[in-house]
Design a protein around this ligand. Structure first.
Ligand code: SF4
Length: 353
């Protein structure tokens, strides 16, 4: 079987940062209880591994004992949650992705200028709840064009749309086009809110899926961007399966499959991808071809609240930053180690840095 491995795949810079923040806290504050508001990222294994190390996940701030450490997840939180944490004198560490916070800042800026904001996204998603909570009086959430009829618009000339960062590019376009037809003067944000990681992973699947018989996406059910990858593969006419790990693979999916595309959502760790590669090779033989479509090299600064804890411990955070390079170069070494056939196919169409 030919195994086509998509690059980029897996951890984006925001997820990498959020996971790193909790890792660092476990090192900086040994023995101290660490609470995380909501799942740090939407991946079952990441959350379970932290649970095994004593981290506690909560859905309400009042579950956290006064004075404890509380980490806000990569999806961001509303000012109401931050205020509740302050009222309980919690030591809040903000691991929100900077690209989510960029959307929060846009919402605040437009609301101050008197705009009504149409936030395209999934109503119950943690990120949308956090963004909408910044300026609830100015935001209405639009999940699909069918929501347009029930919008309450004060002045159609003072209207802007923003989006959740992990939407399907295609679905967002459909929604934006429908909104434009209804409100031709509606403005757009200065740049797309759908983040680089979502965009690159979706475009990569769109390019590679049509030449494959099956697409396997590593990710959890509640990971918005992983589910979008499944939808994109299916809309390209290729059957697709979402799996948390190698255990979830079923033999019957591979009957008659000559070429399988393997990718991973932005919250799925690379070791799970390698576990699946190993199982596919063991069960069906074959070789790995990594098809490189985008290269990624992104840096974020450490959250200021984490730097404060480091200083309290006598550690100078200096100019430390969190640096995430795509997983492309790791698999060649793994393949050598495992003694399996490996090749890279360079289809690079972009570099995000
Ligand atoms: S998917 Fe995008 S917005 Fe979400 S954490 Fe990753 S980089 Fe940030």
């Amino acid at each position: 079987m030919r195994i086509i491995l998509a690059n980029p795949r897996g951890f984006c810079a925001g997820v990498y940062m959020a996971v790193d923040v909790v890792d660092q806290l476990l090192d900086l504050c040994p023995g101290e209880p660490i609470f995380v508001f909501h799942e740090i990222v939407h991946n079952w294994h990441v959350v379970q591994r932290f649970r095994d190390r004593g981290v506690q996940f909560v859905e309400h701030v009042d579950e956290v004992p006064e004075g404890s450490i509380l980490v806000f997840s990569a999806h961001g939180v509303s000012p109401a949650v931050r205020a509740q944490a302050q009222a309980r004198r919690l030591r809040a560490i903000d691991a929100s992705c900077p690209l989510v916070l960029k959307v929060h800042a846009e919402a605040i800026r437009y609301a101050r200028k008197g705009y009504q904001i149409l936030l395209i996204g999934h109503k119950n998603h943690q990120e949308v709840i956090g963004t909408a909570g910044e300026v609830p009086q100015a935001i209405q959430v639009v999940e699909s064009p069918s929501d347009i009829a029930s919008l309450s618009i004060r002045d159609p000339n003072r209207l802007v749309y923003l989006t959740q960062t992990t939407l399907s590019l295609d679905d967002a376009e459909v929604c934006i086009a429908a909104l434009r037809r209804a409100f031709p003067a509606m403005e757009a944000p200065p740049a797309s809110d759908i983040c680089y990681a979502t965009t690159n992973r979706q475009k990569t699947v769109r390019i590679l899926a049509p030449e494959c018989d099956l697409v396997i996406v590593v990710g959890s059910r509640n990971s918005s961007n992983s589910v979008r990858l499944i939808e994109i593969a299916q809309s390209a006419g290729t059957p697709a399966r979402l799996v948390d790990d190698a255990e979830a693979l079923e033999d019957r999916w591979f009957t008659g499959v000559g070429r399988v595309l393997l990718t991973a959502g932005a919250s799925a760790p690379e070791d799970l991808v390698l576990g699946i590669l190993r199982k596919l090779l063991d069960n069906y033989g074959g070789t790995i071809e990594q098809h490189e479509v985008y290269r990624e090299d992104i840096e974020f600064g450490l959250p200021a609240s984490l730097k404060n804890i480091m200083r309290e411990q006598g550690i100078d955070p200096g100019s430390r930053r969190i640096h995430r390079v795509d997983a492309g170069d790791q698999v060649a070494a793994w393949a050598r180690e495992q003694g399996v056939g490996y090749a890279t196919v360079d289809l690079t169409v972009g570099h995000t840095a």
